[in-house]
Design a binder for this molecule. Sequence first.
Ligand SMILES: NC(=O)c1ccc[n+]([C@@H]2O[C@H](COP(=O)([O-])OP(=O)(O)OC[C@H]3O[C@@H](n4cnc5c(N)ncnc54)[C@H](OP(=O)(O)O)[C@@H]3O)[C@@H](O)[C@H]2O)c1
Length: 249
Amino acid sequence: MNGAQRVLVLGATSGIAQAVARVYAASGARLALVARSREHLSAVAADLAVRGAEVVLQRATDLCEIERQRTLIAEAERALGGFDVVLVAHGVLPDQQACQQDPRRAVSSWDVNFASAATLMEAAAERMVGAEDGVLGVLSSVAGDRGRADNYVYGAAKAALTTYASGLAHRLRGTGVTVVIIKPGPVGTPMIAGRNLSPRLVADVDVVGRRIHRALERGERMLYVPGKWRWIMAVIRALPIRIFERLRF
Ligand SMILES: NC(=O)c1ccc[n+]([C@@H]2O[C@H](COP(=O)([O-])OP(=O)(O)OC[C@H]3O[C@@H](n4cnc5c(N)ncnc54)[C@H](OP(=O)(O)O)[C@@H]3O)[C@@H](O)[C@H]2O)c1
């Protein structure tokens, strides 16, 4: 890619998305930023501008409003003059037990983590296929690799998102558009605050951001980040059901 990168970040106030955007900002990228909270978005945009980005669009919107998504993508495309990279980053980590008791909470988290992310990818892909170019990254999770008692509401949405993105990548083969599926392990952002995870398991957000940036630039198709999670999840997926169900982690 030549010249300033043209990057759309959906869920731009996410801790991980900000870390990726900081790397793009340092190289003088043009950024279109979309997030739900106007105030938080303004602060993030100002920070990225100080770091060297040209912020060409800021939009505060609820990304679950599916009927607005195509207009939003078209607006970002016009502001940037095309897409080199689109990153779908928004998400929630719902309380598992609360979701078991109240199905509306589970469905609402699936709207954020699966439905809105999948439909946004589809809308972005349509524009990128027209241009025969671009990298479409999506933040899934290692949690989608096998359902666990403590977070299967979240994990199910991420499994669906990974499957959707994999099918979309297959469909887009030969179009010039590359889909990058990103599966982080636990990362130190507001999402996991108060979750009582061992600090040894939690990755630094800037290290993760730099690795995701590299994967987007190289068009890596599937990224486990940090990389050790590829092997940890390979073992977890391979465990026989009876052994897996005896473990609580
Ligand atoms: N952190 C981890 O350990 C981890 C691990 C694996 C995967 N991931 C995935 O990585 C992505 C980023 O996570 P993160 O750790 O950076 O989380 P984060 O810092 O908590 O950010 C999540 C972002 O999603 C936004 N969001 C939620 N619902 C939205 C909606 N309906 N419309 C627009 N924005 C919405 C939030 O906006 P508001 O602030 O307005 O709510 C927030 O900016 C997520 O998809 C997450 O599932 C994270």
